[in-house]
Design a protein around this ligand. Sequence first.
Ligand code: FES
Length: 179
Amino acid sequence: MKDNYSFTKEDLEEIEKIKAKFPEVMPATLPVLWVAQRRFGHVEPPVQQLVADTLDLPAAHVHGVASFYTQYYKEEKGKYVLDVCTTTSCQLCGGYKMLHYLEDKLGIKAGETTEDGMFSIQSVECLGACGYAPMMQVTNDVYVNNLTEEKLDTVIEDLKDGSMPDFESVGMPQFEKRK
Ligand code: FES
């Protein structure tokens, strides 16, 4: 874990624009944490401190927000973070089978990162796509629905080649035009 992090000039300009959208600074915490995670790949405690200093907010507040949401990575992750849902609907439809297949395929357990830094696997709670179970999310972005072992094979190959999965995936609104 590095101790010294700093935002770029472009980041700071973006942060000023974010702050200008709110009557007070506290609600800017969420989007500024995103700016930080995009810049550093995670929001480990020194990054949380940077966000707190930049927004002139208590570190405890920023830590509280960062630790509440699993979408903020509190430790370094791989380039791609594979969130396999193992809550009820997905569990009943083979979520754990998919998780264990992925673990065997990548040689790591949930919560770990491959040695080459390419992939992290996480077992996560419901991601709101229960009708498409079992499903997984790729790095807080594309949902890959109705998982099968064959789909996982293809997703991993696609990601190794640098392209996002191309199934009946549902992107978050800001990423819908990715394909
Ligand atoms: S239970 Fe998996 S998305 Fe809801």
